[in-house]
Design a protein around this ligand. Sequence first.
Ligand SMILES: *Cc1c(COP(=O)(O)O)cnc(C)c1O
Length: 355
Amino acid sequence: MTKHTSHEIDIVKSETSKIDAVDFENLTFGRIFTDHMFICDFENNAWQTPKITPYQPMTMDPSARVFHYGQAVFEGMKAYKDADGKIWMFRPEDNYNRINKSAARLAMPEFPREYFFEGITKLLQMDSEWIKTGKGNSLYLRPFIIATDPAISASPSENYRFMIICSPAKAYYTSKIKVLVAEKFSRSANGGVGFAKAAGNYAAQFYPTSLAQKRGFQQIIWTDADTHEKLEEAGTMNVFFRINDTLITAPISDRILDGVTRRSIIQLAQDNGIEVDVRPITVTELKKAAKAGSLKEIFGAGTAAVISAISAFEHLEELYELPNIENSYADTLKDKMLNIQHNLAEDKHGWRYGV
Ligand SMILES: *Cc1c(COP(=O)(O)O)cnc(C)c1O
């Protein structure tokens, strides 16, 4: 192994690459990882010198707090390669700010900006072969922080590990999905951690989602915990509703995650003359619009799928099917997003970040 230091990062390069064994045409999301990973430990009240090492399992004390109390936060972001081979990211500053916002809520220390951006840049340069050109192809980056203290006392850890792992991805969730509107279960509550990318938020969704899946629905539209009336998110995505020609999405709150895709879709819609209404929207209003024929689209928005169109929803055992429309906002806005992300369109808001 060749070991050298680049700026502030200790680097151990992998001697071989796993890339030749990967079928890039048939990728299952999040199963395959690149040759390297980024690690930075928080010890003695300070983030230590970061490292990039070959991607590999790691050992950890069984008492590490992450295993017992779920003190863990994460991010999801993507890197793209344009036709000239240049690597781009999309609004990574927003992910950097958000992981620290999530960390603060979980009583974890803030991660330094230089380490975050230098780590990503170096890692992407080392694993650049893993980023394929072509619209829809990307490298998914998963930064995360876990509590590593070997102690099961129920208090915040004093030691942490920040890591970034990378997984090649194709566009997924391509077919339309059917969703169930939550009547009993909740994803988040006022004063809780719904706005944070806390690992446990996902664990808590698995059971209700599996019940929905047994009944033929791919996802759940989460409603507010108090009344189950307000429509808030779709699975692990923010959610948009098109009634007549207006796009409606709920305002950000304690319970709703401030998605980078959501924010970008709102801006792009406005740029293209689509009226956007950021306001609470209820199940009652949605069902009324569906019955009147004014509900034209529902779609989820998030980094992994960009936009995921919804074909039908069920509430109180009644199924509401949406029309199949041409030139949907979902298709139009997804295409505009992908064009900006892949350096195929003008980036008038300065969202692209050249690596
Ligand atoms: C990550 C996430 C989103 C989407 O955020 P993006 O920044 O657009 O990827 C939406 N809702 C929840 C609950 C999330 O965890």
